[in-house]
Design a protein. Structure first.
Length: 179
């Protein structure tokens, strides 16, 4: 296993991990022994599902993959002697309470002046996030900034170019300050 301090994670993945509250465990690259469960699963899919498969579209391929997974995971596993679907129920996993919206998120580094840039404008965030990367989500006319899944700022998007936003006496919408 690699030391966390010696490694730099992808910023988007690091935000994703913080959002869902888990810490990635790093393994040595190109060493299948350190991540056998993953390596064996890839080989199983490649050797048992992908061989000779024909599909018309990505949706068709995904549908076939789900059907194959359902079939395989309903059978007794040779190593564990258990049915994977039954074993999964014993894991005690919690359902996800919120969705990480990856296709609409941009990461921004908070500058020394507590500002992040978005669409040629600057928006303020609390000072404790200076130097950190925050996820920025634009929905409708609002821009939200998140750090490790927690919303830290909410702004109305300015459509004027080079229009800075600073903190002042701010209105509230649904109990949240709108910057």
């Amino acid at each position: 296993m690699l030391k966390q301090d010696d490694s730099i994670l992808n910023r988007q993945f690091e935000d994703f991990a913080g959002f869902y509250g888990f810490k990635p465990v790093l393994c040595r690259p190109y060493r299948g022994q350190t991540k056998g469960k993953v390596e064996r699963t890839v080989a199983c899919v490649r050797d048992n599902f992908m061989v000779g498969i024909r599909y018309n579209s990505l949706d068709d391929l995904n549908g076939q993959a789900v059907a194959w997974c359902n079939k395989v995971n309903a059978k007794v596993h040779a190593t564990t002697g258990e049915i994977p679907f039954e074993r999964l129920k014993k894991e005690g996993l919690s359902p996800l309470s919120r969705e990480y919206i990856i296709d609409k998120i941009n990461l921004r580094r908070v500058q020394k002046d507590c500002l992040i840039s978005y669409a040629e404008n600057q928006y303020s965030v609390p000072a404790e996030y200076v130097g950190r990367d925050v996820a920025v989500v634009a929905l409708d006319n609002m821009l939200a900034a998140y750090y490790e899944g927690k919303q830290i700022a909410l702004h109305r998007i300015s459509y004027q170019k080079k229009h800075g936003r600073q903190c002042a006496a701010l209105p509230k919408i649904n109990n949240q300050t709108v910057l």
